[in-house]
Design a protein around this ligand. Structure first.
Ligand SMILES: [Zn+2]
Ligand SMILES: [Zn+2]
Length: 258
């Protein structure tokens, strides 16, 4: 069964295509399930590169409309990709109760280090930041709001070579995922960014084989996510490469989160 639970739309202002464009493309690529997970807004502040808060209802309503229209052809889920900041706990709840979303993908780009301090993982200063990042994921996973952890190894987009802090960060994330039985996403968008030389060798920024190598032959659920930002990416070569990498590493790939 072909599925994808990590799908963006033009509403986030850095992706292309409407919800309808993605549904059409998913159907013609033979997907049976398409989950939308555009970058969620926060109600009180615009953190950038995400949909505007006043578009949230339109997004939900449009997916509802398409669900009915395409119900014989493809099953749609309405989700959002969002960061975990503890001050928004009531908002996460509200997304389920009032906006009736089906799932939240934990997509950490910024993360909280303390009540008033947020950092961006794309600009980690040292690998020590990876440990803070991992702790934030651990805390997020404990809340039960999230259906899977998107790109749990995105920190390796930074230049730093692998060291003990990387081992520590991996082990925090992997233990939390195991404890709370939450799938980890093997993200194809990192593959789209291409391989290059890092200080620890030629590799993709993510998925990092050293991270995933820990899960070789384990029961940890792994979800392959396209993280498409154009309709054509729904099932492109990066997704096919992701599938090959997962099977080569003997990962327990699941098709659906429901
Ligand atoms: Zn994005
Ligand atoms: Zn994404």
């Amino acid at each position: 069964m072909k599925t994808n639970f990590h799908t963006h739309t033009q509403r986030c202002l850095h992706a292309y295509g409407s919800e309808r464009d993605y549904v059409r493309e998913a159907e013609s690529s033979g997907l049976e399930i398409l989950g939308f997970s555009d970058h969620a807004p926060f109600p009180d502040k615009d953190y950038g590169l995400r949909m505007k808060y006043d578009e949230l209802s339109d997004y939900i309503n449009e997916i509802d409309r398409l669900s009915v229209e395409y119900k014989e052809k493809i099953h749609l889920y309405k989700g959002l990709e969002i960061e975990y900041h503890p001050q928004y706990n009531s908002y996460y709840k509200k997304l389920f109760t009032e906006y009736k979303i089906d799932y939240l993908a934990l997509g950490e780009h910024t993360y909280s280090v303390s009540e008033n301090e947020m950092k961006n993982i794309f600009f980690a200063e040292t690998t020590k930041d990876y440990i803070e990042y991992a702790r934030n994921i651990e805390e997020a996973v404990e809340t039960g709001f999230f259906a899977f952890v998107a790109h749990p190894d995105i920190m390796f987009i930074n230049e730093a070579a692998w060291d003990v802090n990387c081992d520590k960060a991996c082990s925090i994330i992997l233990s939390a995922a195991e404890k709370y039985d939450i799938p980890l996403e093997f993200n194809a968008n990192g593959i789209r960014r291409g391989q290059r030389y890092y200080s620890d060798g030629m590799r993709y920024p993510y998925p990092h084989e050293k991270f995933w190598g820990h899960l070789r032959g384990s029961k940890q659920k792994v979800l392959i996510g396209s993280d498409c930002h154009t309709p054509e990416q729904i099932r492109d070569n990066a997704v096919i490469i992701a599938e090959h990498m997962c099977s080569k590493m003997d990962l327990n790939v699941i098709e659906t989160i429901f």
